[in-house]
Design a protein around this ligand. Structure first.
Ligand SMILES: [Zn+2]
Length: 478
C-alpha cells in the first residue's frame, strides 16, 4: 500500500527525464513507473501534471547562527539567523537538506564539538541537516589525528581556509591554515575516506592588497574584488591542488568565484584528480557592476563577486561539468545589518540566497541558457549528495532513496517580491523575473510545503549520517 503517489509530472531521474509516476511508502521511494501503472491504493495522490518533479535540493554551504559565544567571537555570524529560520527558508525554496558548518576546537576532542554544535538544530529543523567540520589554522596534530573519528561517525567533510580572510587588525582569531597543516589534514582525510573543503585564497596576495588599498584610500566595499583578486584564486587553487595530488585527498573548492578557479579545477579533473568545485548563486547572478549600486555591499560574500567574464565562466563550468554544484554561503541577517559595513574592512560576508537557490538557478540556468533538467538536478542536488556522502540515500529520485522531492511549477512567471519570500527583510533577487518556482516540497515522504502552504514542522528534519562513495574519492565523479 502506498502512502503517496505523485503522478503526471516530468520527473528528473538518474536515467533521464520522463513522464513517470512515483510511489512513496513511509520515508522512501518504492516505485518509479510508467504513467498510470501504479495506483495510490488509498494513499494520497498529488497531481503534478504540467510540473517538473526534481530531487529535493541540497544546500552544501550554509552558516547557521546560534547566537551566544560563537557569534560574539565571529563578527560575520553576529545576528545571523538560526536553524529554524534558515531551514524554513530553504524548504520554501525547494531545498530539503542543509549542510551547516561546525567550528572545531584546536586541541580537544572533535566529535563532541560536532554533536554539541548540531544540538542547536534539535526541534528547529524544517529540513534534514548535517555540518562540515571547520579546522582552524591553530589545529594541533592531536586534533588532526581525530579526523578519523569524525569520518567514522558520519561527518566526512573537513573545511579549512588558506587565508585569514580579513586584515590582522582588529585582533581576531585567524582562520589561515598553513601548508604543513594542510598536507597533514589532507593525508589524514584521504586515509579515512573523507573530503577536504577548501576556502582557497592566497593570503599573501590578499593581505598585500588590503595594505595597498589602505595606503591608496580605496576603502569602499566595491573594491573587494581587487583585494580578493582573480590572481589570488588562481595561485591558491593550483597550490592546493598540488597538495591534494601528492596526498591523494578528494578536494572540494567552496565558492569558486573566478574564471581562473574554474580553469584550475577543470585541469585537475582532466588529469583524473578527485577535485570538485562549488560556486554561489550570488556570483552567478551578479558582477562587479552590481557592487557599485548604492547598497551593492548586499551582493558581497568572501572572496568577492567578480567580473562579467568570470560570471559567464562560472555558468559555463556549471553547464559543462567543470563545476559540480551551486550553493549559497548562506548567512541571513536583516538588511540593516547587511548594509551596515561600507568599507573593505567592515563589509559583511554571507549571502541571503538560500530560499531562491532552486528557483533562480532554474530560471537563469534552464530557462535562460538551456541547461538540461538532468544537469539542473545534478548541480542543485545530485552532485552535492555524491561529493558530501548522502548518495544514493539523497539527491536522486530512485527506488530505495529518501522521498525528498521538489515539484516546480514552470508556469509561475513574475517579478520576485519580498512577499514571495519567507526570509529576513531583504533579498538581492527582488525585482528579478522568475519563470518556474517550487510549489510542493516533500521531505522523506512527508509533504512539507503543499501547493505553497506550509504544513511541515520544525521537528520534521533530522541529522543524516554521511559516507563518501569510493567513486568520488578515486577520481572526478561527474
Ligand atoms: Zn562560507
Amino acid at each position: 500500500m502506498l502512502d503517496l503517489l505523485i503522478r503526471g509530472g516530468r520527473v528528473v531521474t538518474a536515467a533521464g527525464v520522463g513522464e513517470w509516476d512515483i510511489g512513496v511508502q513511509g520515508e522512501k521511494i518504492v516505485a518509479v513507473a510508467g504513467p498510470g501503472t501504479i495506483s495510490a491504493e488509498g494513499g494520497r495522490t498529488i497531481d503534478a501534471t504540467g510540473k517538473i518533479v526534481a530531487p529535493g535540493g541540497i544546500e552544501a554551504h550554509a552558516h547557521i547562527g546560534f547566537g551566544g559565544v560563537a557569534a560574539a567571537r565571529n563578527p560575520i555570524s553576529r545576528n545571523n539567523a538560526g536553524p529554524a529560520e534558515q531551514s524554513l527558508a530553504a524548504l520554501w525554496g525547494g531545498t530539503t537538506t542543509v549542510v551547516d558548518f561546525a567550528g572545531m576546537p584546536e586541541d580537544s576532542d572533535l566529535l563532541p564539538a560536532m554533536h554539541n554544535h548540531l544540538s542547536g538544530w534539535k526541534d528547529k529543523a524544517y529540513t534534514d541537516y548535517t555540518a562540515h567540520a571547520i579546522l582552524r589554522g591553530t589545529a594541533t596534530p592531536n586534533a588532526i589525528g581525530q579526523i578519523k573519528d569524525l569520518i567514522a561517525a558520519g561527518f566526512p567533510s573537513i573545511k579549512v581556509f588558506t587565508t585569514s580572510l580579513l586584515p590582522p587588525t582588529p585582533d581576531r582569531p585567524s582562520m589561515k591554515m598553513d601548508m604543513g597543516r594542510l598536507e597533514a589534514i589532507m593525508t589524514e582525510t584521504a586515509k579515512h575516506g573523507g573530503v577536504v573543503a577548501v576556502h582557497s585564497e592566497d593570503d599573501e596576495i590578499v593581505q598585500y592588497n588590503y595594505a595597498r588599498a589602505l595606503e591608496q584610500g580605496r576603502m569602499d566595499w566595491w573594491n573587494m574584488h581587487l583585494v580578493h583578486s582573480n590572481l589570488s584564486e588562481d595561485l591558491s587553487f593550483r597550490r592546493v591542488i598540488r597538495v591534494a595530488e601528492k596526498t591523494g585527498a578528494a578536494t572540494y573548492f567552496v565558492h569558486t568565484s573566478a574564471k581562473e578557479g574554474v580553469n584550475a579545477i577543470a585541469e585537475a579533473r582532466s588529469k583524473g584528480l578527485p577535485v570538485y568545485g562549488e560556486t554561489l548563486n550570488t556570483y552567478c547572478s551578479f558582477n562587479v557592476d552590481n557592487y557599485k549600486e548604492y547598497d551593492g555591499m548586499k551582493y558581497h560574500t568572501y572572496p568577492s563577486v567578480k567580473f562579467e567574464d568570470d560570471r559567464r565562466r562560472l555558468w559555463d563550468g556549471l553547464i559543462r561539468g567543470d563545476l559540480s554544484f551551486m550553493a549559497t554561503d548562506s548567512i541571513v541577517t536583516s538588511y540593516a545589518d547587511k548594509v551596515a559595513g561600507r568599507t573593505i574592512l567592515d563589509v559583511t560576508g554571507g549571502n541571503i540566497g538560500i530560499e531562491v537557490r532552486m528557483g533562480i538557478t532554474y530560471k537563469e540556468g534552464v530557462v535562460d541558457q538551456g541547461m538540461s533538467l538532468e544537469r539542473y538536478a545534478a548541480i542543485t542536488s545530485t552532485n552535492v549528495a555524491k561529493v558530501l556522502g548522502f548518495y544514493p540515500r539523497k539527491g536522486v529520485i530512485a527506488v530505495g532513496s529518501d522521498a525528498d522531492i521538489t515539484v516546480i511549477d514552470p508556469s509561475i512567471k513574475k517579478k520576485l517580491e519580498m512577499r514571495d519570500l519567507h526570509i529576513s527583510d531583504y533579498s538581492s533577487w527582488t525585482g528579478r523575473e522568475v519563470a518556474g518556482w517550487p510549489t510542493t516540497v516533500i521531505l522523506r515522504g512527508k509533504v512539507m510545503i503543499d501547493h505553497r502552504t506550509l504544513v511541515g514542522k520544525p521537528t520534521d528534519g533530522k541529522l543524516i549520517p554521511r559516507k563518501v562513495p569510493s567513486e568520488v574519492l578515486k577520481g572526478p565523479w561527474r
